[in-house]
Design a protein around this ligand. Sequence first.
Ligand SMILES: NC(=O)c1ccc[n+]([C@@H]2O[C@H](COP(=O)([O-])OP(=O)(O)OC[C@H]3O[C@@H](n4cnc5c(N)ncnc54)[C@H](OP(=O)(O)O)[C@@H]3O)[C@@H](O)[C@H]2O)c1
Length: 244
Amino acid sequence: MKQRDVRELGMYGEEVDIDPTEPQTVLLEEIERLNEDSRIHGIIVQDDYPDHVDWEAAIEAIDPRKDVDGLHPENIGHLVTGRPRFVPATPLGIQRLLEHEGVTIAGADVVIVNRSEIVGKPLAHLLLQKTAGGNATVTVCHSRTNDVPEKTRNADILVVGVDSPELIDDFYVTQGTVVVDVGIGRVDADNEKGYELVGDVDFDAVEPIASAITPVPSGVGPMTRVMLHSNTVTAARLQHDVDA
Ligand SMILES: NC(=O)c1ccc[n+]([C@@H]2O[C@H](COP(=O)([O-])OP(=O)(O)OC[C@H]3O[C@@H](n4cnc5c(N)ncnc54)[C@H](OP(=O)(O)O)[C@@H]3O)[C@@H](O)[C@H]2O)c1
C-alpha cells in the first residue's frame, strides 16, 4: 500500500526485499546504499524480520535525516525534548485525526493502552508537548498495569493498541469517550479471504457509548500512511535546505 501511495503521489520509491536467510550485513549494506542515494529522501525498515536480524542496529544505520519513521535515537531525542523532527507516523496520524475532528486535546485525560516504540511511547510524548495538539494529561497502560479498566474508564480520549482483536469492550469505556483504535487483527470469516480485519476495540459494543470512534479497517491505518509520506516531504525539504 505504501508503494502504491508513492506511485500515486508521483514520488520515486524502491521496495528492497531481502531474502530472510541473508546475514545482517546485507541489510546494513542496503541501508548504506540508500543513505548515499540522493534520489532517496526517506528510508523505513519494516519491523517484520527474521530472528537473526538486529532491528535496532538497522534503525541506527539509517541517516537520521532520512529516518521518516522517526525511530532513530536522534529523532526520538528530538521528540522527547520537545523539538520534534520526524514523529512516528501512527502517533502523528492520531494527533492529526483528533485535531481535524475538533477533539480538544489540551487538558484532556488521555489513556493509551500500549507502550511500544512505534505507538504508545511516541504518542505519549507528542500529546504532552507544550504546543498546539499537546498539553494533555497522559496515562500509559501495558500488560503489567493494575486494573486497566479503572484507568480507561477515566479517559476523555482512549487510544488502544493491545494487538488482541476486540479485547476492549463497553466494560472499559464510559459514556462520551473519544476512542481511537490502532489495532489491526484478523478473525475468521465466511468470505473469499477466510478472514476479516478487526480492531482491538469491540466496535459494536463501544460505538453506542463513545462520542467518537475510529473504524477498522480505515481510521488510523490510512492516516499512518499519509503521515509517513508527509514526513518524507519534510525530509526532502530538510535535505535540500528548504524551510520545512
Ligand atoms: N493502524 C496502524 O497504522 C498501526 C500501526 C502500528 C501498529 N498497529 C497495530 O496496533 C497493534 C499494536 O501494535 P504494536 O506494534 O504497538 O504491538 P506491541 O508491540 O505488541 O504492543 C502491544 C501493547 O499492548 C500491551 N498489552 C497487550 N495486552 C494487554 C492487556 N491485556 N492489557 C494492557 N495492555 C496490554 C502490551 O504491553 P507490554 O508492553 O507489557 O507487552 C504492549 O505495550 C497491533 O494490532 C498492530 O497491528 C496498527
